[in-house]
Design a protein around this ligand. Sequence first.
Ligand code: CP
Length: 308
Amino acid sequence: MRLSTKHLLGIRELSPQDIQLILDTASQFKEVLQRPIKKVPSLRDVTIVNLFYENSTRTRISFELAEKRLSADTINFSASGSSVSKGETLLDTVNNILSMKVDMVVMRHSATGAPHFLARHIPAAIVNAGDGINEHPTQALLDAFSIRERLGTLEGKKVAIIGDIMHSRVALSNIYLLKKMGAEVTVAGPPTLIPKHMAEAFNVRVEYDLNKALQWCDVANVLRIQLERQNQVLFSSLREYNLAYGVKKSLLDNLDKEILVMHPGPINRGVELDSDVADSKQSIILQQVENGVAVRMAVLYLLAGREG
Ligand code: CP
């Protein structure tokens, strides 16, 4: 089977069959990653550039590792330290890199739509590694993979996405993916951090009471408060945010079930998530990171035109 798309720009453009194919292919690559020799020759003839115009730890390392595990040739580009500071445009930068015969571009950018712009102008396959407040498709895929690994399926599972929904590309990609795969979604947080008309636009539940959201869900995906994207005061203080919306051990201990706790990272410890929850056995945060490599291997492998 093949993907229905040449690029991975967002989950919005994927079909449920595409998502299933990526997750199933990732399961095979996860098996490869358990072996003593964790490398396969699948993309030996492919050159990939990782183009990061915005900071990243997990996504960047994960893509680079995925590319190396697939035996691709990789080039890493950071906007800082490049000729971007001399005024070179995005398109000029990319065309110069492509003239060196690059097949795929993995791109993170603070501007919404930057990877879509590239996809319209260059022949290489583009993978969106996070664009502004729009989408972060590989994060949603690795989140889904991690839920499926722990709970067996996404169908019918109740996922609460908690926190700064307004500024989160992870939230949007997760909502698209979970709804396409038959999960139920609640977005929870303060009214100032949840866009209006969310329920109608995305067919999700909206909950302003954290405890009720936790009572309802099988999985709590807790999001980072994105202070760098907020240009107005949306809550009184980080301390008060933690009191009202921080996920705490005492809240989880009061539930009549054990839920999974996820977070895409980086965590603001003591703000949206307390350390004793982040480091507890209910937390699968580091498994998410581990699964990210297999998921990104699957995405790159399938976009290179290899059969899943
Ligand atoms: N989850 C995530 O995108 O983390 P980074 O910003 O460190 O890549």
